[in-house]
Design a protein. Structure first.
Length: 764
């Protein structure tokens, strides 16, 4: 087995046959109680009172727990700095905020009892729901973040040409197939065993311990797999599990909390909506000389993970382009909605939208194509190859993915075909859009860039692997198993990956930021190499050769010298080591090197490396209705030396379609009272099979250069391809000719943009 082989997902058959066991599939432990949340019926109020008389009348009702039942700190904030109660203990901050939890003997009884609880808000008030209103009030969740280089204002004033713009991008619901769920089981010494559908078992451990007031070692968190996460099970899963833990501690019985889809969507955070305002100076050649921009994020009612989202949006606002003089300001604003949180890309998708709007405006003003403006401003020769915060970009690689994608898509010939089509059709318009990307890989918070692993080699040569990452369908386990198999030179079938557990690998980082394979792959390899070194010494003693002469390959261990045929099966050497009392177990640890950031100067190298990609998309728009379809998309993605091309291709496909949904059809709607009205698939439209382009062409960049110190020279692939769907936004604007098209570009919004700019065709 070698890395790069197109091996299947480790749970593919189990997923397809239904044999894969998720948290809700675990048989109920004896005495299990089911939990249901009582949610706020209003978005804003000074306080509230609860009447549980009706709940107590429901057969099977056991208890109602409110904030007073929390034995320690009523704080579920990821930072631990407060502002986010598990159960409201004061003002109401958003519609759907958890107020209390009902425990009952069946889930139906719990849901009926929770619905029977009467909530009486005190002094309800009109909520603030609009990001512009929050901006006018200067209601900030955190201080502004600013990245600047040169004197942008002076350079804009001196530029031959100027332009300005404003647009919005909406949020996005994670819509994982498996909803939020956790089971907390009390153990005999007062400890708790929690099974959680979470991307961050360590945070579940920390939040549950904070709520209960106990040491971390009293809480064991396990996650075998999730049915999707996309960032929605990073901080949100922690409070769901903490609520189950609270119920278990209060009753001494196992407690399961599984949120129904509507409750899940009402109570959990989304992708941050953004408002963008910018002005730029440029010349007639399309060279952008200066840029001032405001990126305003709607953080919802509390901080959650907003600082990291805003940071990544800010550091990706120039994407793969160079602007000599720049000033970028990012704000996080408070509104009376659910606290927005991590979502695939973590602010990067919003950030890269900025330059797309700037490029199109510059193209409009100069008469150039957006593609010509792109090429004029790519980072690298003859332009600067460093970001405004000081990190180097690989200009040659940017230009390579761009050139190959343009060639793959036959851009010039299709541009002529589309022009001919549009000339023949008065109401249908086809359009082409392009996009290029440089996406930084690493957590913006330095201490999260670490991972651990535990590897056991048994006396028969079989291997047990546990690592700190979590499997959510993305293929992390198969990739890490491949790394271990390669390290020992054994078939992949000899590796068994076990459920992620804080009892086996402590103090883990979340599986997020596209770092799962990078971090956990290296940690597992370090553990495997430690064991392999001991085994090599044992073999060298047997054969009286230096340890460096021992080779591990194809399930055997041999002397790697010409004419020396001495060898044995890997399992035979493992058995020999056991007889010789040689440890065949090791922990592995890895921390990302060479990253640093100065928050005061907003300078440094926060990313280990950049992942590059490019895309083109073709759309068809009905100018009478605004309806549109993506006809074709061509994607080129830099994966370095891919650990598993088949899995990576699946990631690219899924990410692109998820990005397509965010940009074109997934719309979150709150009414004037602050109630989320898009609660479920009947009102919230995620892309389906017929929304994906029928002609989707994906290519992993061949012979892609990569750092020698990434795991087997691979590169991350989880998040970057989502941003390649930005080409669809550009194609829609090409087809419609409108100057401003806010996101999501639903048919209604496309039609309104056409009508507002007088570009809609009259009905025949």
């Amino acid at each position: 087995m070698t890395t790069g082989a197109p091996l299947p997902h480790d749970s593919a058959l189990a997923h397809c046959t239904g044999a894969a066991r998720f948290a809700d599939d675990i048989p109920d432990p004896p005495g299990l109680l089911h939990a249901a949340l009582v949610l706020s019926p209003v978005a804003r109020a000074a306080g509230f009172a609860l009447d549980d008389t009706g709940a107590r009348a429901v057969e099977g009702f056991v208890a109602l727990l409110d904030a007073a039942a929390i034995p320690a700190r009523n704080d579920i904030s990821p930072t631990g700095k407060g502002g986010e109660p598990l159960l409201a203990d004061g003002p109401l901050r958003h519609h759907g905020q958890p107020l209390a939890m009902v425990l009952a003997t069946t889930r139906d009884a719990a849901l009926r009892a929770a619905a029977a609880v009467k909530v009486a808000p005190r002094d309800p008030a009109a909520p603030c729901l609009d990001i512009e209103d929050a901006l006018a009030r200067e209601d900030f969740l955190m201080p502004p973040q600013v990245i600047a280089r040169g004197d942008a204002a002076a350079a804009i004033a001196a530029a031959p040409l100027t332009a300005r713009g404003e647009f919005r991008a909406g949020g996005q619901e994670h819509f994982y197939l498996e909803g939020q769920v956790a089971i907390a089981v009390p153990e005999e010494d007062g400890s708790l065993a929690i099974t959680s559908s979470t991307q961050h078992p360590t945070e579940v451990q920390h939040i549950a311990a904070r709520i209960l007031g106990c040491d971390f070692n009293r809480i064991t968190v396990t996650c075998r797999r999730m049915g999707g996460g996309f960032g929605g099970k990073e901080s949100n899963a922690s409070w769901v599990a903490a609520a189950a833990a609270l119920g278990a501690r209060a009753t001494g019985r196992p407690v399961k909390l599984r949120l129904a889809r509507k409750a899940d969507m009402a109570a959990t955070g989304k992708r941050h909506p953004f408002l963008f305002r910018w002005q730029a100076g440029f010349d007639a050649s399309g060279r952008i000389l200066a840029l001032e921009a405001l990126l305003a994020a709607d953080g919802g009612h509390s901080l959650d993970l907003t600082p990291g989202v805003v940071f990544r949006a800010l550091t990706h606002a120039l994407n793969c382009y160079d602007v000599p003089d720049v000033r970028l300001t990012a704000l996080a604003l408070r509104t009376d909605t659910v606290s927005h949180t991590a979502f695939r890309g973590f602010g990067g998708p919003q950030g890269v939208l900025l330059m797309e709007d700037v490029i199109r405006a510059v193209a409009r003003a100069t008469g150039l194509s957006p593609e010509a403006v792109r090429e004029r401003n790519f980072a690298g020769a003859p332009n600067d190859a460093r970001t405004p915060y000081g990190q180097a970009l690989e200009g040659d690689l940017i230009r390579r993915v761009w050139a190959e994608c343009m060639a793959d898509s036959a851009w010039e010939s299709r541009r002529a075909e589309i022009a001919a089509f549009n000339a023949r059709h008065p109401f249908l318009r086809r359009g082409l859009g392009s996009f290029a990307l440089a996406f930084g890989i690493s957590f913006g918070v330095r201490h999260l860039n670490q991972a651990g692993a535990l590897v056991h080699v048994y006396a028969d040569g079989s291997i047990r692997l546990n690592h700190g990452g979590t499997e959510m369908g993305q293929g992390l386990n198969i990739k890490v198993a491949q790394v271990v198999a390669e390290s020992f030179g054994v078939p992949l079938e000899r590796i068994r990956v076990t459920a992620t557990s804080t009892a086996e690998v402590p103090n883990t980082a979340p599986t997020a930021a596209s770092t799962g394979s990078d971090l956990n792959g290296w940690a597992a390899r370090n553990a495997a190499l430690a064991i392999r070194g001991r085994m090599a010494e044992a073999a060298s003693a047997l054969w009286d050769v230096p340890p460096e002469a021992i080779a591990f390959e194809q399930g055997r261990v041999r002397v790697a010298r010409p004419g020396d045929n001495r060898a044995m099966a890997f399992g035979a050497l493992a058995h020999h080591c056991w007889l010789e009392r040689i440890s065949l177990s090791a922990t592995g640890f890895y921390r990302t090197p060479d990253i640093h950031w100065d928050a005061k100067t907003m300078r440094g190298e926060p990313f280990f490396y950049f992942s590059y990609g490019a895309a083109t998309a073709e759309v068809l728009v009905d100018r009478l209705t605004g309806e549109h379809r993506v006809l074709r998309a061509d994607l080129v993605q830099d994966c370095g030396r891919s650990l598993n091309p088949a899995v990576d291709r699946g990631q690219i496909e899924g990410a692109f379609v998820q990005g397509l949904g965010w940009l074109t059809c997934e719309e979150l709607v709150w009414d004037a009272e602050g109630r989320l009205r898009t609660l479920g698939p009947s009102t919230y439209k995620i892309p389906g099979s017929r929304d994906a382009p029928p002609d989707l062409r994906i290519r992993l960049l061949a012979d892609a250069p990569a750092r020698a110190d990434t795991i087997f020279r691979s590169k991350a692939v989880g998040e970057p391809p989502l941003m390649l769907a930005t080409a669809v936004w550009n194609a829609l604007r090409d087809a419609t000719g409108v100057e401003r098209l806010d996101l999501p570009a639903t048919p209604e919004r496309v039609l309104m943009a056409l009508m507002q700019e007088g570009a809609a065709s009259p009905r025949p």
